[in-house]
Design a protein around this ligand. Sequence first.
Ligand SMILES: Cc1cc2nc3c(=O)[nH]c(=O)nc-3n(C[C@H](O)[C@H](O)[C@H](O)COP(=O)(O)OP(=O)(O)OC[C@H]3O[C@@H](n4cnc5c(N)ncnc54)[C@H](O)[C@@H]3O)c2cc1C
Length: 408
Amino acid sequence: MTRVGLPHAAGEAKSPNERWDTVVIGAGVFGAWTAWNLRRRHQRVLLIDAWGPGNARASSGGESRMTRTAYGPDEVYTRMAFESLADWRWLSARSGLPIFHPVGVLFFFSRLEPYVTQTLDVHRRLGIPIQELQKGELARRFPQFSWDGIELGLYEPELGALMARRAVQTLVKEFVAAGGEYRVAAAAPAAAGMAAPADSGARLDTLALSDGTQVSAGNFVFACGPWLPKLFPEVLGARIFVTRQEVFFFSPPAGDARFQPGAMPGWADFNGGDIYYGFPDLEARGVKVAHDGHGALMDPDQGDREFSGPALEEVRAFMRRRLPSLAQRALNEARVCQYENSSNGDFLIDRHPALSNVVLLGAGSGHGFKHGPAVGRYTAQLVLGELRAREPRFALATKADTQHRAVH
Ligand SMILES: Cc1cc2nc3c(=O)[nH]c(=O)nc-3n(C[C@H](O)[C@H](O)[C@H](O)COP(=O)(O)OP(=O)(O)OC[C@H]3O[C@@H](n4cnc5c(N)ncnc54)[C@H](O)[C@@H]3O)c2cc1C
């Protein structure tokens, strides 16, 4: 068990038989916001991560993530994205560099999809602002796109981009400054007690770490993203689908201000449900363009991180259609990450079926980052037994073993 970088909280236990109120395993966006919320409730919290917050193999380790409230009929995600914004603004203000870039988000459609009317209904009901823009207005305001075949867009001027790795690393520093403890350590996959029979009332008292030491706690939250199926093969092996996802950053034409933040928003082309999305030239890294469709299954430990020619060609073909002045621009950078999908795209936030003090947290399903603050609050309340109402969509029982993506 190695401690790195961050200072220890004064007065926290460090003996070989440490006992914590809660140990959170995994310092991605879900685990970090959960640890932060528990610490704010004066819990003695240990947060561990095998490689570090927002590491290169984690799903939270990317450069940028979109935050939007447009979610079609899925009001629960509209609400959580909106409720998370104040925390993102707070974290951004705490950091020396921006974490939230409010560049606006534009979602556009070839026709009046049910997704559009459902999004507008939900926003009206919740009183959340969103603008409907017709084709002429899109063409006037956003000349960097070709608007062929597009009928309308939904524009959220106050939303935008979250700088993912920076966000998670800043939050873990805030957690430590608030008295939490963070360490680099890995929970051993065959941790004792995890194979207890369902509903046996068993508890996990002690967690074995990969270096042979142990930690004990009243509660454990496993927020291990795409590693969850490996840690809990019997419970989650067939219920979380880890897919390879490639994102590309292109150099905009020299001196072309159309691709700068402020001129170009974060955007998504609904494309009949087969979404492409991207960002302007944030922090001069290049214009991001990616296909949201699920790639091949991938192992987060072994899967290589080299981009593939076909995926690049797919994105260039999209750009020839939608962003013609970028289509032949040089590639600045490419990244390979993974989505950890539930069967339909709903998150998993529930107790382990056999271990009553273990919470399973994950299945961000390619859209989880923006919801980190709300997910952290919900999970902390679940741990503390303070949830007024459980969200049925986050229950383990709703996680099927065949994929039918429903959340976009
Ligand atoms: C390419 C891409 C684009 C995306 N775009 C968006 C977007 O635009 N908007 C959006 O909202 N979401 C987006 N997402 C989804 C979002 O990034 C994820 O849902 C979210 O980051 C998942 O966070 P997590 O904390 O569950 O998992 P992770 O970030 O993977 O964190 C899990 C952590 O657990 C640690 N861990 C694993 N095993 C162990 C162990 N045994 N012991 C200790 N630690 C362990 C890992 O090191 C890791 O740090 C995108 C994802 C990808 C890959």
